[in-house]
Design a binder for this molecule. Structure first.
Ligand code: KG4
Ligand code: ZN
Length: 349
C-alpha cells in the first residue's frame, strides 16, 4: 500500500510516499526556519505564506519517483491514500496541508487519513532508513521530544499507543530554544546548544541548574523553571565570552538530558519494556542518545534495545506521517476531515 503523506504543522512543508509504512519511495522537505531567525521564533504568518508557495513543488518532488521527471500527471494508480497532519500545530499552517490533501482526494477519489503529528513522530522508528530494518521488540516505551511536546507512550505492538505522561509546562525543545536565546545563540535552538556544548572544554564557572521532578515517581516533566534559572545564572556572569557561553550550553544540555533519561528509564522499568524508542527534533541530540544508552547500562537494563531514527527523520518530515497512517490510520471521506490545532496526544488505544 502506497501512502502519499503531507506535513505542514509548523514551519516545514513536507511530502513523502511510503510503501507499507516502512519503505520510503520519495520525499521532500522545505523549511522556512531561516526566514524566522531574525524574529527569534516562528512567525505563523510567514510560515503559512511559505507553505502555500512550496506545497505543490514539494508534493511534486516527493511523487517524482512515481511520475518520472519531468513531472507527469498525478500517479493515481500508484497512490492508495492521502495522509495529512491534521494537528496539533499552527492553524494557518495545518490548513494548507489539510486542504491540499482534501483537494487531491476530491480529484482522485482516494481516502484521506488524518494524522496526529505528535503521535506520528515515533513512527520514524519504523521506517527502513538504513541497510537493516530497525529491530523493535514490544512492549516498547517511546519518548517523543519536540519543540512543542515531551511525551512518554507505551506501545504493546505497532498499532497500540498508551500515553503515560508528559510535560506540564514547556517542552524539552522549547527549553532548548528559549535558553539558546538567553545565552546569545539567537534562533539556533537545540542544534546551537549542542554545537556550543561540544566546544566546552570543562573549564568555566560552576553553573547550577535545576532538574525538576527528577527523583519523584511520576512520569511528569516540567522545564519552565530551567529558563528562569539560566537567566539568573547568566546575569550573574559579569562578562560572558564564548567559553562561558559553551559552559552554559553544556550545563543546559546536561540538565535537560538528565531528566529525559531518568523519566524514560523509569517508564521502561515500570512497564517491562524490551525497547526504548526516541523521536522528535530533540531526539536528534547526540548527547541525549549517548546518555540514554549510558543510563540504561548503569541501571543494569542494557538488554533493552535503544532505537533512534537517523537525525533527518527526527525533525519534521512526512515519511513518518505516512508510516503512522499505514499502522494506525483511519481512512476518511475528504468531506469529514478538518484541521485540529489542539488535537490531544493523551491517547489510549
Ligand atoms: O520535531 P521538530 O522538528 O518540530 C516540532 O514538531 O516541534 O522539533 C523541533 C525542536 C526544536 O525545539 C529544536 O530546537 C529541537 O527540536 N532540536 C534539537 C536538536 N535538533 C532539533 N534539540 C536538541 N539537540 C538537537 N540536535
Ligand atoms: Zn514535529
Amino acid at each position: 500500500m502506497n501512502i502519499l503523506a503531507i506535513e505542514t504543522s509548523c514551519d516545514e512543508t513536507a511530502a513523502a510516499v511510503v510503501s507499507d509504512g516502512r519503505r520510503i519511495i520519495g520525499q521532500a522537505v522545505a523549511s522556512s526556519a531561516a526566514l524566522h531567525q531574525k524574529y527569534g521564533g516562528i512567525v505563523p504568518e510567514i510560515a503559512a505564506r511559505e507553505q502555500l508557495s512550496s506545497i505543490l513543488p514539494v508534493i511534486t518532488e516527493a511523487l517524482s519517483p512515481l511520475t518520472g521527471i519531468p513531472t507527469g500527471p498525478f500517479p493515481a494508480d500508484a497512490v492508495d491514500a492521502i495522509a495529512v497532519s491534521a494537528g496539533p500545530g499552527l492553524i494557518g499552517s495545518l490548513l494548507i496541508g489539510v486542504e491540499t490533501a482534501k483537494a487531491v482526494a476530491m480529484a482522485t477519489g482516494k481516502p484521506v487519513i488524518p494524522v496526529n503529528h505528535v503521535l506520528a513522530h515515533m513512527y520514524a522508528n519504523f521506517l527502513e532508513t538504513g541497510p537493516e530494518a530497525p529491530q523493535i521488540l514490544f512492549p516498547a516505551v517511546s519518548l517523543v521530544v519536540s519543540g512543542g511536546h515531551t511525551e512518554l507512550f507505551l506501545m504493546e505492538n505497532e498499532q497500540s499507543l498508551r500515553w503515560l505522561g508528559g510535560t506540564i509546562d514547556d517542552a524539552a525543545g522549547e527549553a532548548f530554544d528559549k535558553t539558546a536565546r538567553l545565552i546569545g545563540l539567537g534562533g539556533g535552538g537545540g542544534v546551537a546548544i549542542q554545537e556550543a556544548a561540544a566546544r566546552y572544554d570543562g573549564n568555566g564557572p560552576a553553573i547550577r541548574l535545576p532538574r525538576p521532578m527528577l527523583h519523584d515517581d511520576t512520569l511528569t516533566f516540567s522545564f519552565s523553571g530551567l529558563k528562569t534559572a539560566v537567566m539568573r545564572e547568566w546575569k550573574a556572569v559579569a562578562s560572558p565570552d564564548d567559553s562561558i557561553r559553551c559552559a552554559f550550553a553544556s550545563a543546559i544540555q546536561e540538565a535537560i538530558t538528565d531528566v529525559l533519561v531518568a523519566k524514560t528509564i523509569n517508564a521502561a522499568s515500570r512497564h517491562g519494556a524490551m525497547s526504548i524508542l526516541l523521536s522528535g527534533g530533540v531526539a536528534a541530540n547526540a548527547r541525549l542518545r549517548l546518555a540514554m544508552a549510558e543510563g540504561l547500562a548503569e541501571a543494569g537494563m542494557g538488554n533493552i534495545g535503544l532505537v533512534t531514527p537517523p537525525v533527518r527523520y527526527c525533525t519534521d518530515n512526512a515519511a513518518y506521517i505516512a508510516s503512522y497512517a499505514f499502522f494506525r490510520g483511519n481512512p476518511q471521506d475528504w468531506k469529514n476531515v478538518t484541521a485540529e490545532p489542539d488535537m490531544s496526544v493523551e491517547v489510549e488505544s
